[in-house]
Every structure is written in C-alpha cells, then in structure tokens.
Ligand binder design. Structure first.
Ligand code: GDP
Length: 477
C-alpha cells in the first residue's frame, strides 16, 4: 500500500536520492516534494557524478538564465546582428513541438545535450508548458522570455537559411570561426535529412560548440544516438553507469506537475488506486485509421493480460465462485482516447467471477476521443494520466507511443508492450516484455561518421539496441 499518510518532512526519499535540492518554495509546486509519497522508492540510484553535474548545472543556469547580465549581453548581440565573439554563456533553446509525450521526451533530450555541452537550456513555453510543469531549477526560470528576439519559431524549418543541415548542404558553413553565425537552427524532426543528421557526428559537434545559440526543434528522444558520439562517451559513462536509467533520472528531476495537474493526479490516485493491493496500468494508443474500439485490440489486451498473468481469468460457467481466502484487490488504470475498451473489460469482471477470487476494478480517468494539443484541460489530463500510469506496479503499453514511454520511465517500469497488430489480427505473442524502461528513438541516423557510409547504429555498442516495438528504432538498455 502507499504511504501517503506519512508526514512529508519525515519522509526519507523526499529529495529522490539527491536528484532534487531542498529549498524550493513547497506550496508553489506541491508535487516536487510530495511525489515520494505516491511513488515507491526507486531501486535505481543516480550516480554521485550525475548529482554533482546537476548541482553545477543549476549554478550555471542561475548565472546565465533569463535577464542575467550574461543573458542580456548575448541577446543584445543577437538583436544587433553582430559577429560572433566570445560569450560568457551558451544556450540551447527548445521549441515546443508535437504531442505532450513527445515534448516531454525531447525536452529531456535537450537537457542532456545542454549538460554535455555546458549550455543553458531555455524552454519555449508554447501554449501550455508553463501551465503543466513547475520550474525545475532553483531561483531562475527555464522559460525563454517572451521578448527573446528570435521567437517566431514557426518560421524555423528545414529550409530556414540558418538551419544547420541546410547550411551544410549548401556549403555555407565552415569551421573558420569568423564566419560562424551567432545562432543556428537544429532541425531534428522525424522528417530530417542526411545533412540535418550530421548533428550526430563528432566533427560537427566540434563546430556547433562555437555557436552561442542553438535553437532546436525535435519530436524524437534522441538520447540513444548521443551515446554513439565519441566525444560524449566518457562523460555519459560517468553520468549514467547504469545506461538504461537516463530518462528515469532526468525525467524525475525535470518534470514536476504544476499544482492544478497535481490535484488531478492525487485526487484520482486517492479515490481509485491507493487502497488496492496491486495497481496495473494499461495504456491503449491505437494508430490505426478509423474509429475504435476494435475487436482485435480488445482481444490483444486480454490475451496479453491473461498470458502474462497481469489479470486473472474469469469463469463464465458459474455465476458465483467461492474462492478460498484470496481476496486480493487489483485496480486497473486504463488510459485511452476512447471509452470502448474500458467498458468491455470492466463488464467482463462484473459479469463473471475471477477464478482465483481476486477483486478487479477498472478505471479510466478520461476519454478525450481525439488529440487536442491546443487545449489546456486536455493537456493537463494527458499529463496527469501519464503520471498516474507511472504510479502503477505493472504496466502494459502500446507500441510506438511516447505517452507510454513517459509513464514507464518515470515509474521505473519495464512494460509489457502490445505488439503492433497487422491486418487487424492479434499478434502472436500479443505482447513482449521490454528490455529496459528507456524510451525508443524512432528516427535515428544510420550513418558511420568516420567511414562516411551507412551503418547499423543498433549494432555498434551493447547498450544501444533496436527497440522491441519498432525494429529500426534505437534504445538504451
Ligand atoms: P504519442 O502520439 O502516443 O506518441 O503521444 P503524445 O503524447 O506525443 O501525443 C498524443 C496526444 O494525444 C497526447 O499528448 C494527448 O493529447 C492525446 N492522448 C493520447 N492518448 C491519450 C490518453 O490515453 N489519455 C489522454 N488524456 N490523452 C491522450
């Protein structure tokens, strides 16, 4: 059972093994220090080196963040279009782009890139970033000021004149320092081309290191490919001796639900999940065209749950069974855009007794029907649901979904992944256990920067492999 009755200040894990620092105002962001009351202590400890780098990042952020003297100076250079010269601080600006799960993963990727390159991360607030998340760094905002001179990010695309890949393609960029621009746009969206992908090569990283402002747009968790960049190797080894924990640590460090979202999470948890003996999460995301619910998806979820013993069988012959002793309760948290699967599964466990006497309750917080990324309460619910899934003990997720990735890595859970169905039939096996809790990078480069040829980037080092749910994707294990 959860220990949310324990007084917070007596709780040992409040700072998540040192990932978080004390001293934030608790009321402005209740989730920061209360998360430990809802989540089991993680068996994965952050390295002391990661902790020391987070503390030094916080100091850097404080001295370079919005409207500091250093920030003002470099912004002034951007405004006046002056030539690049030495700057005290260098920055990476993350552009809000794509669905919420994608945004959470890319923001963590951008943060790791900032750590590796001694840059300061600033966040384009888009429509709702400030509404959904607390500030993660002490005493200094991570939000990009609204008066930042280059804030028309919708103009930034693959053909933008200061797009890194575009400049390489047209041989506009070279390494002589005088001709380097003050800022570059990095296009790391799934449709990026071979020139954009040179971002992942050492020689281009050396050049980028000299550019004070990097503006990044991406919808991919590109962390696995950072592990293949030679110049980052040693640092990454020190930061993450246990490689399959990158998002688990960075995600819990960065993403604290804002108070309105924390209200959604804690009220739901206490009402429906806290008192169960075990919590099972089922995340359903169907990428098929047409409106569900689909019979084959329902069959697949049930086949997976029963085969892996995540849910018990029912007896549809007898109306009542008298099981011996076992009255274990299992609460199932189901998330989906539609309510069809929920109703069918709930009815099964209402209409028939379980063969082992377990008491099964099924809950679904919302059914929003379709993705509505521009709507505030929609995104609050999406974030709350990802977080609630991360509080379960066992998790079933859908292939290809970043929504599920966020839940599994925050929760430190290796999920059972529902294989992507072909031709509307249940795959055999219906689900497989994931190799690690890390998210999958859906659009990795397949390029050997030294040999200048194509290569299988999933076969270079043992800790970067192809994903279970997407054969060409890459993930850390
Ligand atoms: P992905 O498309 O599955 O990789 O995940 P994203 O989070 O990037 O985009 C999907 C978006 O659709 C979410 O951010 C939500 O806006 C919405 N969505 C998808 N599934 C659910 C769900 O189960 N619950 C809620 N509340 N929203 C969902």
């Amino acid at each position: 059972k959860d220990d949310s009755s324990q007084p917070l200040n007596e709780h040992k894990d409040k700072l998540l093994d040192g990932l978080l620092t004390a001293g934030f105002d608790e009321r402005s962001c209740l989730s920061r220090y209360e998360s430990a009351l809802y989540r089991k202590a993680s068996p994965h400890k952050p390295s002391s080196y990661l902790l020391s780098r987070l503390r030094s990042y916080e100091a850097l952020h404080k001295s370079c963040g919005p409207y500091t003297e250093s920030y003002n100076k470099t912004v002034e250079k951007l405004r006046s279009g002056s030539k690049v010269g030495p700057t005290d601080c260098n920055y990476v600006v993350w552009i809000a782009f794509s669905g919420l799960g994608n945004r959470i993963l890319t923001l963590a990727s951008a943060f790791l890139y900032a750590l590796l390159t001694n840059r300061v991360l600033l966040v384009d607030r888009g429509t709702d970033m400030a509404d959904l998340f607390c500030e993660p760094f002490p005493e200094m905002s991570w939000l990009l000021p609204l008066d930042f001179p280059l804030n028309q990010f919708n103009k930034f695309d693959q053909k933008f004149p200061q797009c890194h890949g575009y400049m390489l393609k047209n041989s506009i960029l070279n390494n002589s320092k005088t001709s380097l621009p003050l800022f570059l746009y990095l296009h790391l969206v799934h449709d990026y081309d071979d020139h954009d992908k040179l971002f992942f090569c050492d020689q281009y990283q050396a050049l980028l290191q000299k550019v004070p402002w990097l503006i990044m747009k991406t919808d991919n968790y590109f962390v696995p490919s950072l592990f293949l960049i030679h110049s980052f190797e040693e640092e990454l080894n020190n930061l993450f001796p246990d490689k399959g924990t990158v998002f688990h640590h960075l995600g819990r460090y960065l993403f604290h639900p804002s108070n309105p979202v924390w209200g959604l999470i804690t009220r739901y948890y206490q009402a429906y999940l806290a008192n169960a003996d075990e919590r099972v999460g089922i995340q359903i995301r169907v990428f098929d065209i047409g409106t569900g619910p689909f019979q084959h998806v329902l069959d697949q979820i049930l086949a997976c749950s029963l085969k892996e013993k995540l849910l018990p069988e029912v007896n549809n012959q007898e109306p009542i069974l008298n099981p011996t002793g076992n009255r274990k309760s299992k609460a199932v948290l189901l998330t989906s855009l539609s309510s069809g699967y929920f109703e069918k599964i709930r009815n099964i466990y209402w209409e028939y007794p379980t063969v082992n006497g377990e008491v099964i309750s099924i809950y679904q917080p919302s059914h929003e029907e379709y993705q509505q990324t521009e709507k505030q309460i929609h995104n609050r619910k999406a974030w709350a649901e990802m977080y609630l899934l991360s509080l379960t003990d066992k998790l079933i997720t859908s292939s290809w979904s970043t929504f599920g990735y966020v839940a599994q890595s925050l929760g430190g859970l290796k999920p059972w992944i529902l294989k992507k169905p072909e031709n509307k039939t249940v795959p055999d096996p219906p689900c497989v256990r994931d190799m690690s809790m890390e998210p999958c990078f859906h659009a990795p480069p397949f390029y050997d920067c030294k040999a200048k040829t194509g290569t299988d980037t999933g076969a270079i080092v043992p800790h970067v492999r192809h994903c279970e749910d997407m054969s060409w994707g890459l993930k850390l294990v």
